[in-house]
Write a protein that binds this ligand. Structure first.
Ligand SMILES: [Zn+2]
Length: 259
C-alpha cells in the first residue's frame, strides 16, 4: 500500500479500519484483547486536524487528537484554534496533549511538565484531558514505561511495544503503524495487516493529508500557504495600514504554492 495521503484515500483507510470491528477508544482498549486505536499528533496545523476530524465524523469514526502547547507553528489557545478543538470534542473525538520535550529530558522534569501541560489544556479548553502522546520520544526518557496517575500514555505498554530495533519483522504485542516522515512505517495499514494483528495502534498525522496535494513537497507548499494566509488575515485584522499590501502578499503566497 503506497503512501498517497489524499482525503479520498483516507476515507478508504477508514473503511478498512471500520471493517476490522476493532476500532475503539484508548480507555476501552485498556481491557480488550482485540483493539485498534486511531491516533493523530498535530504538528503544524489545527485546521488540517479539523478537516480530518470532519471526514471521520462523516464516516462515523471517532479518534484522539493530540495537540501541542509549546509549538512554534500554532497556538492551541487562539480563539480560532480553541473553537476548532472544542468542535472536535463535541463531535466525540478525544483531545490529548502532544508533549514536546522542553529544555530537560530528565524523567522527573518530563513527568512534571506533562502533568502541568495537561492541566493547562484542561483549564483553557474546559474539557477533561486524560491522555498524552510524546513528540519525538527518546529512549532516555523511558517514555514507554512512564505511568502518571489519571493520565493515559499513548506509548504505554498497553498500546505500544517498545523494541530497541524495530522493523517490519519484529514480533510485537501491539502492532504500531505510523505515517511519520510522509511514508508508512513498520508495515502498512492494509486490510490483512489490520485484521490479523490482535492489537493495533495507528498513528496518522493530519498535517500530511489534504484534498489533493499528496506529494511531499506539494504538501509542504500548501501547509506554508495555509499558514501564511492565516497570518495575513491576522495582520489585516489588527492593522488598518496593512490593507494596501494585502493583495500583493496573497498573490505571492498563492503563486508559490502552485495550487
Ligand atoms: Zn509529534
Amino acid at each position: 500500500m503506497d503512501f498517497i495521503p489524499t482525503y479520498d484515500n483516507y476515507r478508504q483507510l477508514l473503511s478498512i479500519v471500520k471493517d476490522t470491528g476493532k476500532l475503539c477508544d484508548y480507555r476501552e482498549a485498556e481491557s480488550r484483547s482485540l483493539f485498534l486505536v486511531l491516533r493523530h499528533d498535530i504538528e503544524f496545523s489545527i485546521e488540517r486536524a479539523m478537516e480530518m476530524s470532519r471526514i471521520e465524523t462523516e464516516m462515523g469514526v471517532q479518534s484522539t487528537y493530540f495537540v501541542q502547547v509549546r509549538n512554534n507553528a500554532y497556538n492551541a489557545f487562539s480563539m480560532q484554534n480553541t473553537a476548532m478543538l472544542l468542535d472536535m470534542h463535541r463531535r466525540g473525538h478525544k483531545i490529548g496533549l502532544h508533549y514536546h520535550i522542553g529544555a530537560s529530558s530528565e524523567s522527573k522534569t518530563v513527568a512534571r511538565e506533562i502533568r502541568e501541560q495537561c492541566q493547562l489544556l484542561q483549564k483553557m479548553l474546559q474539557i477533561p484531558i486524560d491522555r498524552y502522546s510524546m513528540h519525538r520520544p527518546i529512549p532516555e526518557t523511558k517514555y514507554y514505561e512512564t505511568e502518571l496517575p489519571g493520565l493515559l500514555n499513548a506509548y504505554g505498554s498497553k498500546f505500544f511495544t517498545f523494541a530497541e530495533l524495530l522493523d517490519d519483522k519484529t514480533a510485537l504485542q501491539v502492532k504500531y503503524i505510523s505515517d511519520a516522515k510522509h511514508q508508512w512505517n513498520y508495515g502498512t495499514p492494509d486490510p490483512e495487516t489490520l485484521r490479523n494483528a490482535p492489537k493495533v495502534q495507528l498513528l496518522v498525522h493530519p498535517d500530511f493529508w489534504s484534498e489533493k496535494t499528496p506529494g511531499q513537497k506539494e504538501n509542504f507548499q500548501s501547509l506554508i500557504r495555509e499558514h501564511t494566509l492565516t497570518f495575513i488575515d491576522t495582520i489585516d485584522n489588527e492593522c488598518r495600514h496593512f490593507s494596501p499590501y494585502r493583495q500583493e502578499f496573497e498573490n505571492t503566497v498563492s503563486s508559490f504554492s502552485g495550487r
